[in-house]
Design a binder for this molecule. Structure first.
Ligand SMILES: Nc1ncnc2c1ncn2[C@@H]1O[C@H](COP(=O)(O)OP(=O)(O)OP(=O)(O)O)[C@@H](O)[C@H]1O
Length: 707
């Protein structure tokens, strides 16, 4: 954030004055209490540097606690009243009114109502579309999955058509060029940019408006050729690639008539990781004093500081639309949210399996929508480890989670792998997507029944956006947060006020794996399955996950406690007597030199060791083994067993094995090399505020936004 703040201060010290008439409040009703159109009349202040230099946590808290003095209720009437209101010029709540009031071309409205099947506007659409059609600048905050995308695409499209009416019809003759861009939408992630472009193409299919996407990880030259051949009116892209093509003087990409700029997931784009790119990109666009343009910013989370930050750059009269009131929970009510406190890190995956099995079974029995889950982890390495272990459960026999298909996405995969995984997950009825935060914002995967977060999300907004992948467009969903006991205090701190209910119905969460114990057969089976599967995953994948976790838990003050908990995980989760090695340099940098239990050395020199001892694994449990017959003591792994002396083919490279025809897909990129930190965009941009530790020995930690 620091980087952003400094630059922001330089760029946003302009004072401005704006006065906006209060929006009419008519027929208030309880349903309307939550919907607010906030008009900020805090004119003429200069940004406080101290405020902007705050860390993200205080950002979030400030946002939650912020009292907006100048807010005006613009509450939405109940539906039976709205039609009358619309006829008499009240707020528009149905898409067909856009046509009857001659606000949007019939052709476009028909596409929305007939082809997309949408009749009634959501709150945020009702409050933004009409304003945006007038060219007003907008900051909009609305809960996840409430149709913000259409809230900006529809007015952009109509405003393009207004300037060039011929574009309203589909024409065989395409006059557009790559130097004819009228609107740009910026998204923080490639997947989201592609999704927005796909929605824009659906919306424009009966017009001559051309939509293109420009995202990192794809061939720039190929994208440019398409743009040069087909032309472009509406460009959707990620910040790095947009900068790249606009600053390439030979690309022929220009926007002299640019009339709209949209920042989707605006708070993320204005965060430190992206701000330099956004700032730079704006400089490549026509000067707004010569070519007036509309700016719109949308997100489910818009901290007060972001509003303060950007309002100086918006046109006087801008609207701040907020459909989440301060005292409302920022997640949709239809998503029931549970938290499970697991005893240690070694309990996390067994708990995940128990939950996934239970939910799959229940849904099969009741005939509800099949289990379709996104499981979030804090880093790419954890995604790789968990997805490998869960996939390996199907080794030569019926997979316990069949018929679910498995996919995984993170920023270290190639873009074609990421796109394929997203597309296939979208199209699959029963599936599990293991993901880092690259899919946390904006992604609209249909029918996701569960969002499961393993480990503490980096902040409150990340939790909210992840949860927002379920319960979309009026559907039900469940959120599960599975954390280890050392995170419990921080969870209370970060996620205070959210409607998360403790849940103790998962038996494996509380099992003490450091001791021999009697467990129920079902628990014993799960522990054995995970233990055996962990043995089949190579050492490198595990070591990287360990390092990544160490990076993610840098916030944890009691280092000895942290290392003890992590070593307990490697010992009882994987059967390793010694944890992965860390270079002396790294140990120093992480402030661990006085901590017991660190394996100082070089992991690559240890990788040929056979890890695991005769004991190890999940202690010893009196439970039948999954292959029949009672298990004797001696550890869940059945002895020392490590197939990690050389890399084995990644599970994602195999489509199906044995009796499990679900198969893993989406590609498995082993060439991760550096960077085990968190990732959430992967636009190939190397800047940002992510702190990196341990660049030696291929050990790379911390929240590097571009890992
Ligand atoms: N008026 C509407 N009625 C019903 N469904 C709608 C409406 N508008 C959009 N949708 C659908 O709702 C889903 C979510 O929309 P969208 O992705 O735009 O949400 P969002 O608010 O941008 O979410 P996020 O905050 O996660 O980015 C999409 O499948 C979209 O087609």
């Amino acid at each position: 954030m620091l980087g952003a703040s400094r630059r922001c201060l330089a760029s946003f010290t302009r004072k401005f004055s704006t006065s906006i008439p209060a929006t009419r409040t008519s027929h208030p009703s309880p349903a309307l209490e939550r919907t607010r159109l906030i008009t900020n009349r805090n004119a003429g202040f200069t940004l406080s540097s101290r405020k902007l230099h705050n860390g993200s946590r205080s950002w979030q808290n400030a946002a939650v606690e912020a009292e907006y003095r100048d807010e005006v209720n613009a509450q939405r009437p109940p539906s039976d009243q709205s039609i009358n209101e619309a006829n008499s010029g009240g707020p528009i709540t149905r898409f067909d009114e856009l046509s009857s009031r001659r606000l949007v071309h019939d052709n476009v409205v028909r596409t929305v109502t007939e082809e997309m099947g949408l009749k009634t506007m959501t709150d945020v659409q009702s409050l933004t579309i009409e304003e945006a059609l007038k060219g007003t600048d907008i900051i909009a905050q609305a809960k996840t999955g409430t149709g913000k995308t259409l809230g900006f695409l529809l007015p952009i499209l109509q405003n393009i058509i207004k300037v060039d009416p011929e574009l309203a019809q589909r024409s065989r003759y395409n006059r557009s060029t790559a130097a004819d861009i009228r609107a740009v939408v910026i998204s923080p992630t490639r997947e989201l940019a592609e999704q927005i472009a796909a929605e824009a193409r659906r919306l424009t299919r009966n017009t001559s408006v051309i939509v293109q996407a420009a995202v990192g990880g794809t061939q720039k030259s190929q994208g440019l050729r398409t743009m040069q051949m087909q032309g472009c009116h509406l460009l959707v892209g990620t910040p790095g690639r947009l900068n790249d093509i606009f600053s390439d003087r030979y690309a022929g990409v220009e926007a002299p008539k640019l009339s709209a700029l949209v920042l989707d997931e605006a708070d993320r784009l204005l965060d430190a990781g992206f701000w330099p790119e956004i700032n730079n990109f704006q400089r490549l666009l026509p000067d707004p004093s010569e070519q007036p343009r509309q700016t719109m910013m949308f997100s489910a989370t818009v901290p007060r500081e972001v509003v303060d930050l950007v309002q100086g750059t918006l046109k006087p009269g801008f609207k701040y639309v907020k459909t989440v009131s301060e005292d409302d929970v920022p997640t949709v009510e239809r998503v029931v949210q549970h938290s499970v406190a697991a005893r240690g890190f070694e309990n996390l995956l067994p708990t995940l399996l128990e939950l996934a099995e239970r939910e799959t079974k229940t849904r099969n029995e009741t005939g509800e929508r099949p289990f379709k889950a996104i499981v979030y982890f804090g880093s790419t390495a954890e995604v790789d480890l968990a997805s490998s272990i869960l996939y390996e459960l199907g080794d030569g026999r019926q997979h316990p989670l069949a018929p679910a298909k498995f996919f995984s996405i993170h920023a270290k995969k190639t873009q074609p792998q990421r796109t394929a995984a997203a597309d296939q997950f979208r199209a699959t009825r029963s599936a599990i997507l293991f993901s880092s935060d690259v899919t946390a914002r904006g992604m609209d995967f249909p029918d996701v029944t569960h969002v499961i977060q393993v480990g503490l999300p980096r902040d409150r907004d990340t939790y909210i956006h992840r949860i927002g992948r379920t319960g979309r467009a009026g559907k039900e969903g469940e959120g599960w947060l599975i954390i280890s006991d050392i995170e419990a205090g921080e969870v209370r701190n970060k996620l205070r006020g959210l409607p998360i209910r403790p849940n103790d119905t998962l038996e494996t969460a509380s099992i003490d794996m450091t001791r021999n114990a009697k467990v129920t057969p079902s628990v014993g089976r799960i522990l054995s399955l995970i233990g055996q599967s962990a043995q089949r995953v190579d050492r490198g994948t595990k070591s990287k996950a360990y390092m990544a976790m160490l990076g993610n838990y840098q916030w944890f003050p009691k280092k000895q406690h942290l290392i003890d908990a992590m070593n307990q995980w490697t010992k009882f989760g994987w059967g390793w007597e010694t944890p992965p090695a860390m270079s002396p340099n790294l140990v120093n940098r992480l402030g661990l030199s006085r901590i017991d239990g660190i394996n100082v050395g070089h992991e690559d020199r240890q990788s040929s060791f056979r890890s695991g001892s005769g004991r190890g694994g999940f202690g010893s449990f009196d439970a039948p083994s999954p292959r029949g017959g009672p298990r004797s003591g001696g550890g869940g792994y059945g002895g020392s067993y490590d197939r990690a002396s050389g890399p084995r083919p990644g599970p994602f490279e195999r489509r199906s094995r044995g009796g499990y025809d679900g198969g893993f897909d989406g590609g498995y990129n082993r060439n991760s090399g550096r960077g085990f930190g968190r990732d959430d965009n992967g636009d190939g941009y190397g800047g940002g505020s992510g702190r990196r530790f341990g660049q030696d020995n291929n050990q790379d930690f911390g929240r590097g936004p571009f890992n």
